[in-house]
Design a protein around this ligand. Structure first.
Ligand SMILES: Cc1ncc(COP(=O)(O)O)c(C=O)c1O
Length: 410
């Protein structure tokens, strides 16, 4: 089938408006061959992936070591049984616990990030016997949430699950007074936060805000859930984003890159307090593919690669290279490019135009880069190289960005 035929068919059976959107922008991608940080479209166009599906392809497309681990895994494992333990599940728990601060005790695995956010909120509700969830208006945490509510009350009630809109309070980040006003009611189970939010184009937070928000959260007896689905797994230059802010979250939620780009996996890493439910009745929260054994095999390999010293060295090389390159580009393209944000290999480019992120996305795609505009700040673009990207490819992305910005200015 041609690209056009696939799009027309997808409009009938999959998602008509999404297809219209990409066609309208001329970014009508159908992925074909893919390797590392480059993919080819069905039309034979070579494209460098600077979106990475939010970090799913942190270690590249079809990473050969991940594929080999999966192939070897299939000789012994399948989905496993969520009721029973296994060595590969335990190994993944140990790897995740070893990667985090010392007070972390248990790990709960799911398939997607949204599921793990759901789980973390339930765990916080159980632990605190409170229901309120405070989150940041600028953040995104997934698209799950109704299934558990619709099920048997025995388990729904255990986690104090009923979803009442009034239990969800969204406040703007950097507003400590608003946060404290809500926390003072002492009915908050958890404060949930993306420390660096993707939706606005990775504007970097005020470190003092993070520290104080975290302190307030504990002062009023709530748990701090750190959503690391986008910023974890070495993307900031440290294993976990929170390490940059001197805090120790009660729960860390990870996903995307944990999959190695191959097998959907996510996890909640939690301390003793957050794990209270596990001490009472750990059979109350389950899902068929929890801690799926093949997924664990893949995630173990993804973590092993992510935590290698040479991976950290490559991230450092990329961080410096992009800092220098972006400073140079910024100095020559100030008309269109307002500023850029960077922490490690997480970058966001802010433009001076209301929909500049969309314009830049289109110009980049014409020149062979796929990078996406920010979700609710379309004046910005997310620009995300992977951990293992080579210096040569990174330099190519800077050259293409330079040329795309010149086109945007015209
Ligand atoms: C910060 C953050 N949290 C949670 C999620 C939800 O993850 P998933 O799409 O795997 O459910 C996403 C997805 O983009 C995300 O960016």
């Amino acid at each position: 089938m041609t690209t056009n035929e696939i799009y027309q068919d997808a409009k009938k059976v999959w998602n008509p408006t999404k297809m219209d959107y990409w066609e309208g922008l001329g970014v009508n991608i159908v992925l074909d061959k893919r390797e590392g940080y480059v993919f080819y479209t069905k039309d034979g166009k070579r494209v460098i992936n600077m979106h990475l599906n939010g970090g799913v392809f942190n270690l590249g497309h079809r990473n050969p070591e991940i594929i080999e681990a999966l192939i070897q895994g299939t000789k012994q494992y399948d989905a496993g049984n969520h009721y029973f333990p296994s060595e590969v599940k335990n190994e993944l728990c140990h790897r995740l616990l070893d990667s985090a601060h010392a007070s972390m005790r248990y790990v709960y695995m799911n398939n997607g990030g949204g599921e793990s956010i759901d789980s973390a909120i339930k765990f916080a509700r159980y632990a605190t016997k409170r229901t309120r969830v405070i989150s940041m208006s600028e953040d995104f945490h997934g698209a799950t949430g109704f299934a558990f509510m619709a099920g048997n009350d025995l388990w729904t009630d255990y986690f104090n699950t009923p979803i009442h809109p009034e239990d969800f309070t969204k406040i703007h980040r950097n507003d400590l007074d608003a946060l404290e006003d809500v926390l003072r009611k002492e009915d908050t189970a958890c404060v949930l936060m993306e420390l660096i939010t993707a939706g606005t184009g990775f504007q970097l937070p005020d470190p003092e805000y993070i520290k104080q928000a975290y302190a307030l959260c504990h002062k009023y007896g709530a748990l701090f859930i750190d959503d690391e689905v986008q910023i974890g797994l070495m993307r900031t230059g440290k294993m976990w984003g929170y390490e940059n802010y001197g805090i120790e979250p009660d729960m860390i939620v990870t996903g995307k890159g944990l999959s190695g780009g191959i097998y959907p996996m996510s996890a909640v890493i939690m301390n003793d307090k957050a794990a209270a439910w596990l001490k009472e009745d750990g059979s109350t929260h389950l899902s068929s593919f929890n801690a799926c054994e093949l997924g664990c095999v893949v995630a173990n390999k993804a973590l092993e690669i992510t935590t290698r010293p040479e991976t950290a060295a490559n991230v450092k090389m990329l961080t410096n290279l992009y800092k220098e390159g972006m400073d140079d580009i910024q100095s020559r393209h100030g008309v269109f490019m307002k500023q850029y944000h960077q922490m490690g290999v997480i970058m966001g480019i802010e433009t001076n135009q209301e929909d500049g992120g969309v314009t830049l996305m289109k110009e980049l795609y014409k020149r062979g880069i796929w990078a996406i505009r920010a979700g609710w700040n379309i004046s910005a673009l997310q620009f995300k190289p992977g951990l293992l990207m080579s210096k040569e490819l990174a330099c190519e992305t800077l050259d293409i960005l330079d040329s795309a910005l010149s086109a945007c200015e015209k």
